[in-house]
Write a protein that binds this ligand. Structure first.
Ligand code: GLC
Ligand code: MN
Ligand code: MN
Length: 412
């Protein structure tokens, strides 16, 4: 084996990703409502226990690269781009103006803004802490994010209440904490109504994002379903403005079926926004690129979403692995993730039109036509051959995923 000196490695990576083929043009990629988070591309590989492996990169660099790839939308936390101490000051306006310019130069738009209520020491006891000072500051932060969102033309605001919980039992009273958290969301919605009116814009869609554990040991709103109940609890002054931003992996983390979670959100009319990534069940938030772990499940997720007319936003909330360089982040991680998503989306369209799946599904729904009042045994007997179609549909889905429905591609 010939060693590859460091000055030839980028060229090798670029040549091999091109050799993979199957990539879409930036114009095609821009036709999908896909967003790239500032924090995802700027992530330096420094997860818990890890030192960074990549140099820092600023928003101008991220936005420029996303634009070149053909990612149409950009998302950010307030403090991804504005230092905490500059929030709400003239410096903020200056930075926001620079962001606006960078987005325009890259042909991108800002679709979503989110408030960081988990990293800074002020959130040690969560944004819904006992102290009214912390809660007043949390209100300022979410309202300020609404302002930034309107300034940048965003349509969505996301809230990840990951620090809403505890390490030691009994120190917080859950109902009180939840009421305080609701008051914070209410402050954001009420401020939004006023700002939107002043600016002649629509109000933002406010989206709650659940994660079952991390960073707290116990989380008060651990799942999307808990959040649906919270939205309907009567604590929110504008529940119609509040919905969900489920994250694919966050649902796997508690062992759920993401597709069933999405179905429940769809039925409640609360699927507003979707964080797309991948990972493993009952493990930590590893935020792997979409489709790298569960491509079949992803295909099925997109079949469901297409059936219900959900076209995005799809937010690429994933962390390129520590082993990837900054060159790799923009030459492999993001373009490849977007392309896998588009491929799976188009395949999902094919699934919806597949004649085998159609006929099998229709036959299952038509059933055996047993007479009303038939007993259990007779109903089962009448249907038992039809039910084999469940497994046949599963086989057909894998064929479509592997491209085998077009004919066998392996010779033996
Ligand atoms: C954090 C979470 C991520 C979430 C984002 C939005 O980065 O890890 O999952 O989407 O915040 O607030
Ligand atoms: Mn997320
Ligand atoms: Mn995650």
């Amino acid at each position: 084996m010939t060693p590859v000196p460091v000055n030839q490695q980028q060229a090798l990576v670029s040549r091999l990703i091109a050799a993979c083929g199957g990539s879409y043009s930036p114009e095609t990629r821009r036709r999908y409502y896909i967003s790239g988070p500032q924090w995802a591309a700027a992530y330096q590989g420094q997860a818990l226990f890890h030192a960074p492996t990549r140099p820092a990169i600023d928003f101008e660099g991220v936005i420029r690269k996303y634009g070149e790839i053909g990612i149409g939308y950009w998302t950010t936390h307030d403090t991804d781009v504005i230092p905490t101490e500059a929030l709400g000051t003239d410096k903020q306006s200056e930075i926001v103006a620079r962001i606006g310019k960078a987005l325009a130069n890259a042909g991108m738009k800002c679709s979503m803004v989110t408030t960081e209520t988990f990293y800074h020491a002020v959130w040690a006891a969560s944004p819904a802490a006992e102290d009214a000072g912390v809660r007043g500051y949390a209100d300022f932060r979410v309202k300020n994010t609404v302002d930034i969102g309107h300034e940048l033309g965003a349509n969505f605001a996301v809230y990840w209440p990951g620090s809403l919980g505890y390490y030691v039992q009994g120190a917080v009273e859950e109902t009180e904490t939840l009421k305080w958290y609701a008051a914070c969301i209410n402050a954001a919605c009420e401020h939004d109504i006023a700002v939107a009116k002043r600016k002649g814009r629509a109000t933002l869609k406010h989206c709650l994002e659940a994660k079952p554990f991390e960073p707290q040991a116990e989380i008060l709103l651990p799942t999307s379903d808990a959040m649906l109940a919270f939205i309907a609890s009567g604590l929110l002054t504008h529940p119609e403005m509040v919905g969900l931003n489920p994250e694919y992996l966050h649902e796997l983390m508690w062992g759920a079926a993401p597709r069933a979670v999405l179905a429940r959100a769809l039925l409640a009319g609360k699927l507003f926004h979707f964080d797309i990534n991948d990972g493993y069940r009952l493990k930590h938030d590893v935020d792997i690129g979409v489709g790298l772990v569960n491509p079949l499940d992803w295909l099925n997720v997109l079949v469901l979403l297409r059936a219900h007319g959900f076209n995005g936003p799809f937010n690429l909330d994933y962390k390129p692995p520590r082993t990837t360089s900054n060159h790799g982040v923009f030459s492999v991680s993001f373009p490849a993730a977007v392309d896998r998503f588009i491929t799976l989306w188009e395949m999902a369209g094919e699934v919806r039109e597949d004649p085998v799946i159609h006929e099998a599904t229709d036959a299952l729904k038509a059933g055996a036509g047993v007479a009303p009042g038939a007993d259990a045994k007779a109903i089962h007997e009448a249907n038992k051959e039809l039910l084999t179609l469940h497994e046949l549909i599963g086989h057909r889905l894998v064929q479509i995923l592997l491209g085998v429905h077009r004919g066998r591609t392996f010779s033996i």
